[in-house]
Write a protein that binds this ligand. Structure first.
Ligand SMILES: C[S@@+](CC[C@H](N)C(=O)[O-])C[C@H]1O[C@@H](n2cnc3c(N)ncnc32)[C@H](O)[C@@H]1O
Length: 269
């Protein structure tokens, strides 16, 4: 197995190791904005790339669209199927890689991704896939974190403790840079526009936020399982602690505020 395949296997295991329920709840406002912008109509064929536990796909399917969510992490796909079952949703879910989508070329009316396809290693390959599956005139909507956001800072603070990305990988945070995004989509012919928004996370006691991240955020849960036997976990735990305490108010609460970028595209034709 080459380095890229190994990294993807690691990502699939890492995102499967947690429970994304609370995190998905906290970003519901950005999901709502994305769905408003995409204006999905009954009968449209919709693909959610990096669907996580299915929140966006299930909300889109409520518009009586034909929605499929794909995610590289089997644990996420299983959770999404459970959520759809519980909600009586028609959304379907499958394992899939943003860099190698199973959907036929020009088969989809709307392709979307909520803070997910940004994590696929090769941005130009992902951009090519998102564009390839869109039928002429089809719409794309992708949510990504701004490189100056609290979430971006968290990603930068924890990354040095995690396995190094393969040489081909680019930083997920570049997806928040409009010039970079224009560059990766340039060969696709998609007509791009951008919108910005802000997620204000609920105010919580700092220790509660730390505990939720350590116990439920997949990449940290997986990192702990890997680093603890090597005696390297405490250094990461200390950095997580320092990061959130650095964001805390005098009353020991934290209110994360994170700007995001919406990348909107329309396929030619
Ligand atoms: C931050 S979570 C977002 C989940 C969901 N879209 C949401 O907003 O609740 C990132 C998701 O991207 C998925 N992911 C990472 N790399 C991927 C890839 N190469 N292809 C498909 N999904 C990927 C992860 O498994 C994870 O479910």
């Amino acid at each position: 197995m080459d380095e890229l395949a190994r990294a993807k296997q690691g990502a699939a295991a890492a995102w499967s190791a947690g429970d994304f329920t609370r995190f998905a709840q906290m970003i519901s406002s950005s999901r709502g904005r994305l769905l408003e912008l995409l204006d999905i109509r009954p009968g449209e064929v919709v693909l959610d790339v990096g669907c996580g536990q299915g929140d966006l796909a299930i909300e889109a399917a409520a518009a009586r669209a034909s929605v499929t969510g794909v995610d590289i992490a089997p644990g996420m796909v299983a959770a999404a199927r459970r959520a759809a079952g519980a909600a009586g949703s028609s959304a379907r879910f499958a394992e899939g890689d943003a860099e190698d989508l199973a959907a036929e070329t020009a088969s989809v009316d709307v392709v979307m991704s909520s803070f997910a396809c940004m994590f696929a290693p090769r941005h130009d390959v992902t951009a090519g896939e998102l564009a390839r599956v869109l039928r002429p005139g089809g719409r794309m909507g992708v949510l990504t974190w701004d490189p100056g956001s609290d979430i971006a800072e968290f990603i930068r603070a924890t990354a040095p403790h995690l396995p190094p990305p393969p040489p081909a990988a680019q930083s997920p945070l570049l997806w928040g840079d409009e010039a970079h995004v224009r560059g990766i989509f340039a060969p696709t012919g998609l007509d791009l526009r951008f919108e910005r928004g802000t997620v204000t996370f609920p105010t919580k006691p700092v220790q509660e936020i730390i505990d939720v991240h350590i116990d439920e955020f997949g990449p940290l849960v997986a990192a702990r399982a890997m680093l603890e036997p090597q005696g390297r976990w405490q250094a990461l735990a200390d950095d997580v602690d320092a990061f959130f305490h650095g964001k805390a108010e005098a009353d020991e609460t934290v209110t994360f505020v994170s700007d995001y970028l919406v990348v909107l595209g329309t396929a030619p034709g």
